[in-house]
Design a protein around this ligand. Sequence first.
Ligand code: ZN
Length: 478
Amino acid sequence: MAKEKKVEAITDMEVDFGQWFTDVVTKAELIDYSGVKGMYILRPYGYAIWENIQAVLDKRFKELGHENVSMPMLIPESLLQKEKDHVEGFAPECAWVTMGGSEELTERLCVRPTSETLFCDHWSHVVHSWRDLPMKYNQWCSVMRWEKTTRPFLRGREFLWQEGHTLHATAEEAVAETKQMLEVYAECCENWLAMPVIRGRKTEKEKFAGAEDTYTVECMMHDRKALQSGTSHYFGDGFAKAYGIAFSDKENKLQTPHETSWGLSTRIIGGIIMTHGDNNGLVLPPRIAPIQVVVVPVAAHKPGVMEKANEVYELLKKAGVRVKLDDSDNSLGWKCAQWEMKGVPLRLELGPRDIENGQCVCVRRDNFEKVPTALKELETAVPALLDAVQQGLFDKAKKNMDENTHVAQTLEEAKAIQEEKGGFIKTMWCGSLECEQRMKDEAGMSSRCRPYRQEHLSDRCAVCGGEAKEMVIWGVAY
Ligand code: ZN
């Protein structure tokens, strides 16, 4: 159902998706720009979304036996350099501290782009015996990557995230942990953020610097581009060896442990915006929306309206709903447009006539459907409507992903589909870096993942025609 815009217009997403995104993050009051390029101020409403995601994940991490820690922000250069692939991967994006006050430091210090090296150094001090394992740590922090091109949420020089790091006695246990944490991310995306995902493994080319294997959940945005939404890495024993971590096993023999790391960042908020948003602004999944319901009194000056609105507000608050009462003196039209911009899942309108009839009107943000609701049933009706919005958003996003996932048998076909329609393109692949590179150079797509759910599309690699090893999903990524 199309809806007329009432306040400050934002750019239509069909006109300029990038500008639409920038308009939404600022007009919905999620971020503000700071004095440093690529460093953003998360305003209360934006930060509240992060806090809700954080709460979901933190609870799950702890249920699975992880403990939160806090590592220093600075890494000595010599420490960073111990793992060759890792340092090569991150070197172009490192920011360095070279001065302390007015004195030049004897060794420059890297502002953490990620903390593998710090965890490894720490473990080399405290892990001695099989009894010390597993180590299952997580930290909530910000990291710094000196990006050239920056965008709010999607590519910041500093961003918030969590990074889990674990150390295990055996490879099997570490691989199981890696897969388990990917599943935690997949469930967070699907069940809480209403974002359907494709679970899979990265190719050699796309995996994390220093990892043996990187697992990923990939989501499709409204503009059919891909967003890597959470990754989980299996490191084998490479880092442990480089950093001298060893433990004596039950037979008193010295062994090298196996490591994992996994992370999800505020980038996911960019994903939520680009998955669910529309031309009226942000659309938030009820389960992580800071405000789930806004009560908007109609003709608030009429006797009894504010009293009833207050009553409804208190009732919903008591029922555990995150509710706000808009008692501002803005016009009704302005209020409605403003709460739509901020993506509040349900707007509850209440006027004199409604009160007479013992009802109110609930307006769904996902489809603008107006649902007359009896006031005495609010406690059950509102949570049910929020569930319906949550499901509605997931279904819409799933439909977008399914309808825009295509099969190609050749590179030419893949290129043509990408140019014409965009989206995810599934092809068979021989496993060679050359073919992956050709897909990138000629069709403009990177491999998103080698999905868990493999399909046999043909016996031949779509690029070289050689013997196919597996199916890959390609796409243009953020
Ligand atoms: Zn090939």
